[in-house]
Design a protein. Structure first.
Length: 269
């Protein structure tokens, strides 16, 4: 096992640990780790990313739910539009990659990364002591369903969990506090990600090659380590770590991924 592979494995586990308290599955970093560090094809990277995002969603949603930070009613409403949108996103992804190549995924991922950075910085600028008056779900039903559909579409197309969109919707539309927004985001992601993953497995036809290259045992065991990392990370961070510290680390990691995509665009010209 070479040093790059070891660094990639450590990075994948670290992403699960860091992202789990934030309501984000880590797909915005998993895809570039698989694609750039491990030299996977883009379709393989999307499937690998969705698999690990699913594990993070399960582990972190368990931790948040046990601590009482989740809104099941909002999650159930979000799923009604997010699930079909994830299937549509998967179909669009395969079509666009076949027609336009990997570059279209990089462009869309770059847009999502910029969105995540902008949203995160905006939240950091808000006062730590700012109070939230949560809005009734029935008053914002249409807006929340639309935002959830966009999250599902992004999940299917880009191999992410849509957490950045879901957390933003939970905080800006329903005015949830940070922990509740994260916990509710994971409840939705834990449902839409397996739909997107199953759709990609059926439509992309690359799983057989992945099993041959990686090994079935690794495919089974490694996601379980990611699940454990996410559960422990969320459980510990909820009680002990300042959200600002976690967010700064998150911003650095996201910025590095954005820079890597931008380098690709520069090299094209």
């Amino acid at each position: 096992m070479d040093i790059i592979t070891v660094m990639a494995i450590i990075s994948l586990l670290a992403v699960a640990l860091i992202f789990s308290p934030l309501g984000l599955g880590g797909g915005v970093l998993y895809v570039p780790i698989f694609y750039y560090m491990l030299d996977w094809e883009i379709k393989e990277a999307v499937i690998g990313s969705l698999t690990l995002v699913f594990m993070v969603s399960i582990g972190s949603s368990l931790a948040h739910s046990k601590a009482g930070y989740a809104d099941n009613n909002a999650a159930n409403l979000g799923r009604t539009t997010a699930i079909p949108a994830a299937i549509i996103g998967t179909i669009l992804s395969g079509y666009l990659i076949d027609i336009l190549g990997d570059i279209i995924i990089k462009i869309l991922a770059t847009i999502i990364l910029i969105f995540v950075i902008e949203r995160t910085i905006k939240q950091m600028r808000k006062s730590v002591n700012e109070s939230y008056n949560e809005i009734q779900l029935s008053d914002k039903k249409r807006e929340y369903m639309f935002a959830s559909a966009f999250a599902g579409l992004s999940s299917g197309m880009l191999g992410i969990g849509g957490g950045a969109i879901l957390v933003t919707a939970n905080r800006s539309i329903l005015q949830m506090d940070t922990n509740k927004a994260a916990g509710t985001s994971f409840l939705v992601a834990a449902t839409i990600v397996p739909v997107a993953l199953t759709s990609h497995i059926i439509l992309d036809g690359v799983v057989g090659g992945m099993i041959d290259n990686i090994g079935l045992l690794t495919i089974i065991i490694f996601p379980l380590f990611v699940l454990l990392s996410a559960f422990l990370g969320a459980k510990y961070a909820i009680k002990n770590i300042s959200k600002n510290i976690v967010t700064v680390v998150f911003l650095i990691a996201i910025s590095l991924s954005l820079i890597r995509y931008l380098v690709d665009f520069v090299l094209l010209y």
